[in-house]
Write a protein that binds this ligand. Structure first.
Ligand code: HEC
Ligand code: CU
Length: 373
């Protein structure tokens, strides 16, 4: 493949036989990604041509003018002609590369006249997507099973590149991204779109894309953001605009139903069993990445909840930590991430799992009462 690439015939070969070379950049599915790819190839070939000329002259000179042939070095200094030539040629080459590069960069930065705006917020270790003016928002978390990560089960096809809720985008429309972060710097990267932007707490960065082809596109966080940096993948589901509208309407309906369910949950009293079952599920999905499935945390980084004074002590204080988080630490406020019922269940779980046998149950109403204070 590499030798083909050097001969310059690989473009057609690749397009027909192998759609992606594992050695090269992806051509992606947007105009920008195509431009970036072509820019990369152009500059690559210029470099190859320079290398051929420079090394050609060098090796020829070494060979043809070697000492054993009796070559005598020429003795010239301060040749204005030579100096002008070796300045002008590189300058021309640089200008020739700068023009297309600048054009592409400017196009990448131009977020004007977008059809849709999505706010992307990174946090340890998940993505939060919010569609502007649409009242639709959700979190997107890694969905690879723990058993695959620990090696107890064979790894799936999209190991560490799969999420519970993908970002859904319409094809053929200009989508503007506003990117920020809740904690540390992350970076949102989808190679097929040639979009890669840092998400920085307190800053809003912009990017955009217009996807040409429906499909499922995968990417990752590309800014080292803590121990689970490798566990916050990105999945984008690009669909026809009509399909997107249907999806959007569905999300709004689901949000409405969830709101009603949450209101109803406040009236309900769940049994210990129900709370423990739901609590374990929430704990494994949301908390175990830091506090560990066995509740023992990671010494010096994430506190143990097993035998922890908070999990065994005052219920109200325990609820508060989960609802409001702990400012300035990795412990986030879960108030807007999970429902009151889920917080009640996970707190109950923490107070009764791993030998924390307090016997306490916490109900959704207890949580919403604390949150309302
Ligand atoms: C991103 C990592 C992370 C996640 C995810 C996380 N926590 Fe924490 N948690 C922490 C850290 C760090 C602290 C210590 C905060 C401090 O220093 O006050 C903490 C503290 C706590 C405490 C107080 C314990 C103590 O002894 O100080 C409780 C209770 C708690 N977390 C519950 C939860 C629950 C419930 C979830 C899931 C819904 C959760 N945490 C998810 C990192 C995390
Ligand atoms: Cu990250």
């Amino acid at each position: 493949m590499l030798s083909f690439a050097l001969l310059g015939v690989s473009n057609t070969v690749r397009a027909d036989a192998v759609s992606q070379s594992s050695y090269n950049l992806t051509q992606g599915v947007t105009q920008i990604s195509q431009d970036v790819y072509e820019l990369h190839m152009l500059i690559f070939y210029i470099c190859v041509a320079i290398a051929v000329v420079v090394f050609g002259v060098m090796f020829y000179s070494i060979f043809a003018h070697r000492k054993s042939r009796g070559a005598v070095p020429a003795n010239f200094h301060e040749s204005t002609k030579v100096e002008v030539i070796w300045t002008v040629i590189p300058v021309l080459i640089l200008i020739g590369m700068a023009i297309p590069a600048t054009k592409t960069l400017i196009a990448m930065e131009d977020t004007s006249q977008s059809d849709l705006t999505v706010k992307i917020t990174g946090s340890q270790w998940k993505w939060h997507y919010s569609y502007f003016g649409e009242d639709v928002e959700f979190f997107s978390l890694l969905s690879t099973k723990n058993e695959q990560i620990s090696g107890d089960e064979p790894k799936g096809e999209h190991y560490l590149l799969e999420v519970d809720k993908p970002l859904v985008l319409p094809i053929g429309q200009k989508v503007r991204f506003l990117l920020t972060s809740d904690d540390v710097i992350h970076s949102w990267w989808i190679p097929d779109f040639a979009v890669k932007k840092d998400t920085i707490p307190g800053f809003i960065n912009e990017a955009w894309t217009r996807i040409d082809k429906p499909g499922i596109y995968r990417g990752q966080c590309t800014e080292l953001c803590g121990v689970n940096h490798g566990f916050m993948p990105i999945v984008v589901h690009a669909v026809e605009p009509e399909e997107f509208d249907v999806w959007l309407a569905e999300q709004k309906e689901l949000a409405k139903q969830a709101e009603q369910q949450q209101a109803a949950a406040l009236e309900k009293t769940l049994s210990m069993d129900e709370l423990m079952t739901l609590g374990e599920k929430v704990y494994l999905e949301r908390c175990a990445v830091c506090h560990q499935a066995n509740g023992e945390g990671l010494a010096g980084v994430f506190p143990a909840l097993k035998n922890s004074p908070i999990a065994l002590g005052d219920i109200g204080a325990h609820i508060d930590v989960v609802v409001y988080g702990a400012q300035g630490t990795a412990m986030q406020a879960f108030e807007n991430q999970i429902t009151a019922e889920e917080i009640a269940a996970v707190v109950t779980y923490e107070r009764n799992a791993w030998g924390n046998d307090t016997g306490d149950t916490v109900q959704a109403k207890d949580v919403s009462d604390r949150a309302a204070q």
